[in-house]
Design a binder for this molecule. Sequence first.
Ligand SMILES: [Fe+2]
Length: 258
Amino acid sequence: MTTDPRPIAIYGDWHGHLGWALGSIDAAENAGVKTLIHVGDLGLDFPGRNRGRFEKKLNLVLIEREMTLILSVGNHDNHDTVSTLEIQADGLATFRSNIQILPRGGRTVVEGLTVGGLGGAYSIDQKYRIEGKDWWANEEPTQQEADQLVAGGPVDILITHDVPASVPMTSDLNLPADVIAEATKTRILLDKVVHRLQPPHLFAGHWHQRRIHELRHEDGSVTRVDVLANELANDGNGALVWPGSTPLRIETLRITTR
Ligand SMILES: [Fe+2]
């Protein structure tokens, strides 16, 4: 008897929204998911009076349901905390028992698929934020991390937070040219990586919109880029991905908030 492979759930930004996070876990459970991947801006470990509460509740629910959430960081995640965690043999670092971190430039295996991570992004509103409180100077992926990822060889899925530069994106925000130029540096770095690695799949977030784009490489191969929307987007924040031969089967994961 053969059993169907278990799907993976992949999510866009949550920004510490507990009700949405719990609704997302419910949706994953209904789909038979055991491993959840988050593309960043989970809102991990923000300092303040309620520090740790969000993650504690999430972890309890994940333990109860025997699920693991793997976070590849965004810009709105505590980079200082993440950088102190030790990376294990499986390529991940443990933040809580069932909340694991996929480091920038790192990789792991989920349901038989090799998943690479190059998270982080530039915060366009960083001048309104306070360093160490809601902004971290090391929020962007580095060239060294990009090189480390490429040196590791092919991946089935690449998780980034921002979107590679050659994926056309339009923002409703009216940003000054210098801010756009700063933010685009990460997008250019990601673009070079995606052209060097040529992963069949890339998942990103950060732009708060759902978009699917096929990036064509010189040799004719294609990277399907899935940009995921943020919290409260019922049909845009989550995707189900089934292990198998590439291109992988991908479907919308419909989520309702708790
Ligand atoms: Fe972001």
